[in-house]
Design a protein around this ligand. Structure first.
Ligand code: FMN
Length: 438
């Protein structure tokens, strides 16, 4: 038997028109209504997944680039995933649901109360993907947004405040004993009084304490500050890294060191590496798909240009594709990591933009570890190998339509189960308990 691992699904385009432009929309899914998501999460739970994470950005981005975000629906519109969560909890019994939340958008008291409410409603299955992007600051006030590290300072203060509120009902404060005629002992409630750099508020919280632990904090930041935040706070870290043994070990070591530094055990954090597989029915088909992507046509390059333009909030489609990319087009607002991912290993001063974009359209095979096109068996081999290296789990990245979910999981799940990699049963106690079960 192989090592069991945890599985998450990442709805990468958020609660929006994910899948827009794909023919499977002719199945008449309506992204604004719950049925599409309820059907999908039931399948994820049947499959034994631990959690669904819903990407989010509260904003359409800077005023100058809104059209880039919406014209192909890569960056919006997006409805609020926190409000979708109750519908998904109602459709499932065990799956963790993890909306993305940004401290910019919720005052700590409101956040603590809403998250506590969802944690109780769901039987302790709420997770929170805490992100620190500041691109939506203008919707929440007129103060200039904090810089990168300042946004992490704010997130730390926000979360510490929320936890203080959650803990404002100590052991014994809730009595709920009709025989004694007392519901609660208000004299025990903690008098939280927070006066910080970013927030000021008083407690105690007007919500019940938890029986099976706090909501699980999930985090995706990969910078030094991001890893430190994860080490101190997270039960799950979402990781983007090359899937070779060295990169995975190095990433894991950094998170574990940050956890130990914060006084936690390395195993308190499950690290899920993100993968976007293309599952096909045979090795020959995989070879054909990869070969067909080798010389991307104009339409394929235009698609990549649109997507990158939305992600980078910079209109690459308006540039001369035959000329090298002048990095000054990005100004100061685009993350260096995102630019580095676009450029890859090319020399940006001499490589035409079309070549950079074409590289993103090219696919590789799972079997030789050049990419993620392969059969379910080959994908299972990859996951098994990751487990041999000590990996905790995998985050499958994509839309969340029954068509895409089944396309990836129908053959994969039985193979992973036979090999002992994927759980067959859930434990009681909610998301945290299931993450800590192995
Ligand atoms: C797997 C993954 C998921 C992410 N999801 C979101 C998201 O839903 N919303 C968001 O604003 N940023 C998201 N991010 C971006 C991070 O929150 C963060 O802004 C970015 O990683 C930069 O932070 P860093 O400098 O600490 O790496 C995601 C990143 C990764 C790798």
């Amino acid at each position: 038997m192989s090592r069991p691992q945890h599985f998450g699904w990442f709805l990468a385009r958020g609660f929006g028109p994910h899948g827009w432009g794909h023919p499977y929309l002719d199945w008449n899914y309506r992204w604004t209504e719950p049925a599409l998501y309820q059907e999908s999460v039931r399948t994820l739970e049947q499959a034994g997944f631990d959690l669904l994470i819903i990407e989010d950005a509260p904003s359409l981005g800077s005023p100058a680039t809104i059209d880039l975000r919406v014209r192909q629906a890569f960056g919006g519109p997006k409805h609020d995933p926190l409000l979708l969560a109750p519908y998904l909890f109602a459709a499932t019994q065990h799956l963790g649901i993890v909306p993305t939340v940004n401290p910019a958008a919720y005052l700590p008291y409101t956040a603590a109360r809403q998250f506590a409410t969802l944690q109780h409603l769901s039987g302790h299955r709420l997770g929170l993907n805490v992100v620190t992007d500041t691109g939506s600051a203008r919707h929440f006030g007129t103060a200039p947004p904090p810089d990168h590290d300042g946004a992490y300072d704010r997130a730390e203060e926000w979360l510490a405040g929320i936890k203080a509120l959650w803990n404002s009902w100590p052991e014994g404060a809730l009595i709920a004993d009709p025989a004694r005629g007392r519901y609660a002992d208000g004299t025990l409630l903690g008098h939280v009084q927070h006066r910080g750099d970013y927030y000021g508020f008083d407690g105690p919280l007007n919500a019940l304490p938890f029986t099976d632990g706090e909501p699980v904090i999930v985090s995706p930041g990969g910078s030094g500050r991001g890893l430190g935040f994860a080490g101190a706070n997270s039960g799950v870290q979402l990781a983007l890294a090359p899937l070779d043994r060295e990169s995975i070990s190095a990433y894991r070591a950094k998170i574990h060191a940050a956890a130990v530094e914060a006084g936690r055990a390395p195993d308190d954090i499950k690290i899920l590496f993100a993968i976007q597989p293309v599952i096909v029915s045979s090795a020959e088909e995989a070879d054909r798909v990869v070969a067909a992507s080798r010389d991307p046509d104009d339409a394929a390059i235009a698609y990549i240009a649109e997507k990158q333009s939305s992600d980078l909030e910079t209109d690459l489609t308006a540039l001369d594709l035959d000329a090298p990319l002048d990095l000054s087009v990005f100004g100061g607002h685009v993350s260096q990591g995102s630019i580095a991912r676009l450029v890859g290993k090319h020399d940006v001063t001499t490589t035409p933009l079309s070549t950079l974009l074409a590289a993103h359209a090219r696919l590789g095979r799972i079997s030789d570890r050049t990419g993620f096109v392969g059969t379910a068996g080959e994908f299972a081999d990859l996951i098994e190998e990751l487990g041999d290296w000590g990996n905790d789990g995998v985050l499958i990245w994509g839309d969340l339509h029954p068509v895409t979910v089944h396309r990836i999981l129908d053959e994969l799940v039985p193979i992973l189960r036979r090999r002992g990699i994927l759980r067959s049963d859930y434990v009681t106690g909610g998301l945290r308990a299931n993450l800590q079960a192995f």
